[in-house]
Design a protein around this ligand. Structure first.
Ligand code: NAD
Length: 278
């Protein structure tokens, strides 16, 4: 049976470490602050934003929320971002996705000052990640790397396979693993012979968004399996992209959903805010 990678525990430990860093900053009259922008009324986004605000509260990080109407124009959104870029008391700016279809989210991400881009979505920070330079790393892949590190899981020289090529998870995940000297393959919806590729993975990361997509026959015995997915099963319960009950029997390590990558994502956002404030 695989060892469970307990993201909830590691995230808690990470937040505790950060708490003292926040206190140190406050002694120097720096009061870390996150500004969150949400446009429209997406149900899942509300839950994510609530989790982030709760984490800020726990750590003593100040938090300001901007709830914009669904009909907000691109110009209004950019104007708000520019105002927040200028504000000295705001250290981190986060634009919650998705935004309504009429808005250009890429332009919005580009407008967030790279120094306040705690989600790591500004092309400047993405470029720095590619070049292996110090930067804000997208919180989910950053959290996966932290989890691997905490469990002393070696990445150097290992075959890592990432399923999913989104800008927020798959692509930065590939880059993080590459920066830690893994041999990385990225797969997506057009990949042929997916199973043959995933079977060779020492580290398999699933970021697809389809419940029970990764089955036992796709996993090399002894592999480390990281499940990024957040889906609902037929009973409406939260589940990942990996068929946990099956894969647990072949993997050496596995992340549960919930309680794996999800809490790490929020913890790494806190890490990025503290870094921004510093
Ligand atoms: P996305 O929809 O942007 O990307 C999904 C990727 O899966 C695409 O690149 C696509 O090519 C690939 N894919 C789809 N079908 C496939 C197939 N049949 N074979 C191989 N690849 C296939 O999604 P995303 O934003 O990257 O999110 C992925 C999942 O991770 C979702 O369930 C999302 O909710 C979850 N997520 C979790 C966290 C967290 O904190 N745990 C953070 C972000 C996203």
């Amino acid at each position: 049976m695989a060892v469970i990678l307990n993201g909830k525990e590691v995230a808690k430990k990470t937040r505790e470490n950060l708490k003292s860093k926040v206190e140190e900053l406050k002694k120097k009259n720096i009061f870390p602050k996150l500004a969150v922008i949400m446009v429209g009324d997406d149900g899942a986004s509300k839950i994510y934003v609530r989790n982030k605000s709760k984490a800020c509260e726990e750590l003593g990080i100040e938090y300001e929320e901007f709830l914009l109407d669904e009909n907000t124009t691109q110009q209004q959104l950019l104007q708000l971002i520019n105002e927040l870029n200028e504000r000295k008391d705001v250290h981190g700016i986060l634009l919650q996705s998705p935004v309504p279809k009429h808005l250009d989210i890429n332009e919005a991400f580009r407008t967030i000052s790279p120094e306040k881009d705690v989600d790591g979505f500004n092309p400047v920070n993405v470029g720095k990640l590619v070049l292996g330079q110090d930067t804000f790393i997208s919180c989910t892949p950053f959290g996966v790397m932290k989890l691997l590190e905490e469990y002393n899981i070696e990445t150097e020289g290992k075959n890592a396979v990432v399923i999913g090529r989104s800008n927020i998870v798959g692509k930065p995940m590939l880059q993080c693993l590459l920066n830690k000297h893994a041999t990385v393959t990225i797969c997506h919806s057009k990949t042929e012979n997916l199973k043959e590729i995933t079977k060779k993975a020492d580290i398999l990361v699933a970021a697809i968004g389809k419940a029970k997509f990764v089955t036992k026959d796709m996993v090399k015995p002894g592999a480390v399996v990281i499940d990024v997915g957040i889906n609902r099963n037929e009973q409406g319960k939260v589940c990942g992209d990996v068929d946990f009950n099956e894969v647990e029997g072949v993997a050496s390590y596995i992340t549960p959903v919930p309680g794996g990558v999800g809490p790490m994502t929020v913890a790494m956002l806190m890490e990025n805010i503290v870094k921004a404030a510093k």
